[in-house]
Design a binder for this molecule. Sequence first.
Ligand SMILES: Nc1ncnc2c1ncn2[C@@H]1O[C@H](COP(=O)(O)OP(=O)(O)O)[C@@H](O)[C@H]1O
Ligand SMILES: [Mg+2]
Length: 267
Amino acid sequence: MSNTTLSIAIMSGKGGVGKTSLALNLACALHQNSFKTLLIDCDLGLANLDVLLGITPEGNLQNVLLGDKPLEEVLYPLEKQGFDVLPAASGVPELVDMNADTRDLLLRRLEPSLGRYDFVFMDLGAGISDTVQSFAAMAALRIVVVTPEPTSLTDSYAMIKVLNNRYGLRNFMVVVNEAASAKEAQDTFEKLAGACRHFVHFEPVMLGPVRFDENVSEAVCHQKPLMRCYPGSPAAQDIQNIAQRLQKARLNMLDWLGQRGILHLDV
Ligand SMILES: Nc1ncnc2c1ncn2[C@@H]1O[C@H](COP(=O)(O)OP(=O)(O)O)[C@@H](O)[C@H]1O
Ligand SMILES: [Mg+2]
């Protein structure tokens, strides 16, 4: 059977730019549009998806790695939110500093269960550690989250450059988060795209802006997704638009995904 699952790595050069909030709210929005999504917390240093969702999972990536629990027991189904979560393991040295063997083992155990999802999001740690790079290279698509801050821009550019040099990756999509206006978001994207055009000779694709919105932190305090607490808020509307663009992107990629498979294991 041909693959139809789109795997997406959510990444950023700098921490605290909104990766986890974006990932979980996209999963919510996609569920509302009847798509099945798995969210894998791959932030092995600062795993906090569980906190944002107010859940206390019993199993995590480490159990998958050790093979001491069946994956079905480790996947945490959020019935109310309509998507599944695979929690990260915090403070496991083998995972924080993952070598190629560990990573391959993890993926071989994971991959057979991913086909039932339409989208698999990998919420990565910030920066460009080897672990982050290899997760990013396995995904079919990468979303780089930037904010209008200059350091966020330069770090994002550095990350794209490293991934392009090392793995030849070119398909990056950009979400400009915490933008004050559509214009600020577009200007921020243009700066990043300009640097890429000039130095690495390709451009990322603008996936959309997410406006700065106090409701995002409010939702975090309630440990509930923004899409549930404040569905009409500006950031929720922006995320809904992004979810729709991802649905279109997936449709356009289906032929390629069929040949490629869910994750690239030979990176
Ligand atoms: N669009 C936004 N508007 C306002 N605050 C935001 C927005 N996106 C994220 N935040 C806030 O930024 C903080 C970091 O978000 P988080 O998703 O944990 O970032 P990361 O996963 O990149 O470290 C959170 O407290 C969140 O409430
Ligand atoms: Mg995070």
